[in-house]
Design a protein around this ligand. Structure first.
Ligand code: NAD
Ligand code: UDP
Ligand code: UDP
Length: 322
């Protein structure tokens, strides 16, 4: 007999996963966190280990996994270019075999299942802002393809299991998200700029810095995912979850320098291959189906993230590894 929902979170000890586990526990769920610790750490969920409704299991989702659960959040997959390009074959396997295994599990136990998809399914978009009905502009054979195409294939699998096996699915297309527990050296723009500023190192702007992104604070994102999971069966997505306020990378650099009172100088570096020029979600669907929109302003979210990194940088030996 179990009164609380049993929730499986794959990739649960990563950046987004650890915040999600925390919030699910707060809402009274039994949380099973599955992770192979490729980019996630035990440290991210250390504060949850004593919670009687939390369990942490080391497992790679490319292998089958048998358990009885009511809901599955499938987040397992390295998310930053440095990490997902480290072993691109494993990245595709994680998205594709991981999705098959988790869908097979959901099918067997009749669980509801949510996929953490990504704005990268739109590639370098020709439509701006991106709506869910846009099919994307993705290079199938480039250095980012293992991630982009792996996630696209996972979406295909989700919709085929839905059509073929009547699975209850939810697909969230997540846009750039930031906050505490981001990896300090994953090469993402927010973590890079904050760490560089705090250490008074050069701020590396790639290209002219005129490319845009819209940054969503992690708490807002987790709220969106949980609302999506809570919707009726008719809502499958895909639904964009992200912040529609767009900034250029140069604006972000200036803001971080100001907020940290840093002595850092901005320097230019080459723009990476296939780097999207602009990105901003159209969140009308999220507003309509989830009653959701982000609440946290960039300044406020950055302040909390800067505070996290300040604390992190006081740890012994960390600076040398950055
Ligand atoms: P993250 O790297 O911090 O988390 C991913 C987690 O998955 C890590 O804990 C990692 O160890 C685990 N993992 C990787 N491969 C695995 C495998 N084969 N088996 C089991 N666990 C595995 O990244 P994140 O930012 O927390 O992203 C979480 C999810 O959200 C990912 O699926 C990512 O694609 C998606 N997403 C994130 C963002 C963002 O801005 N952070 C944007 C779009 C989509
Ligand atoms: N699977 C799993 N856990 C389960 C049920 C299935 O990991 O509880 C895996 C299983 O190993 C299979 C995949 O999910 O490879 C897809 O399962 P499905 O039932 O759709 O396909 P089939 O087993 O018929 O190939
Ligand atoms: N970027 C940058 N300097 C950095 C890291 C990233 O100018 O030190 C740029 C990068 O080229 C991209 C944007 O910031 O245009 C966002 O990069 P990130 O890797 O964070 O996310 P993604 O490209 O996946 O949206």
């Amino acid at each position: 007999m179990h009164l609380q929902p049993r929730v499986l979170v794959t990739g649960g000890s990563g950046f987004l996963g650890s915040h999600l586990c925390e919030r699910l526990l707060e809402q009274g769920a039994n949380v099973l966190c599955l992770d192979n610790f490729f980019t996630g750490t035990r440290q991210n969920v250390e504060h949850l280990l004593d919670h009687k409704h939390f369990e942490l299991v080391r497992h790679d989702v490319t292998f089958p996994y048998y358990v009885e659960v009511d809901e599955i959040y499938n987040l397992a997959c390295p998310a930053s270019p440095i990490h997902y390009q480290h072993d691109p074959v494993q990245t595709t396997k994680t998205s594709v075999h991981g999705a098959i295994n988790m869908l097979g599990l959901a099918k067997r136990v009749k669980a509801k299942i949510l996929q953490a998809s990504t704005s990268e399914v739109y590639g370098d978009p020709n439509v701006h802002p991106q709506t869910e009905d846009y099919w994307g502009h993705v290079n199938p054979i480039g250095p980012r393809s293992c991630y982009d195409e792996g996630k696209r294939c996972a979406e295909t699998l989700f919709f085929d299991y839905h059509r073929q096996h009547k699975l209850r699915i939810k697909v969230a297309r997540i846009f750039n998200t930031y906050g505490p527990r981001m990896h300090p050296n994953d090469g993402r723009v927010v973590s890079n700029f904050i760490v560089q500023s705090l250490l008074n190192r050069d701020i590396t702007v790639y290209g002219e810095g005129s490319q845009t992104r819209s940054f969503c604070y992690v708490d807002d994102l987790v709220d969106g995912l949980m609302r999506l999971m809570g919707t009726g069966d008719a809502v499958t997505g895909p639904i964009n979850i992200g912040n529609p306020t767009e900034f250029t990378i140069l604006e972000l650099a200036t803001m971080v320098i100001e907020m940290t009172g840093s002595r850092s100088k901005i320097v230019r570096r080459p723009l990476p291959e296939n780097d999207p020029r602009q990105r901003r979600p159209d969140i009308s669907k999220a507003q309509e189906h989830l009653g959701w929109q982000p609440k946290t302003q960039l300044q406020e979210g950055l302040a909390r993230t800067i505070a996290y990194f300040e604390q992190l940088l006081t740890q012994e030996g960390i600076k040398a590894s950055l």
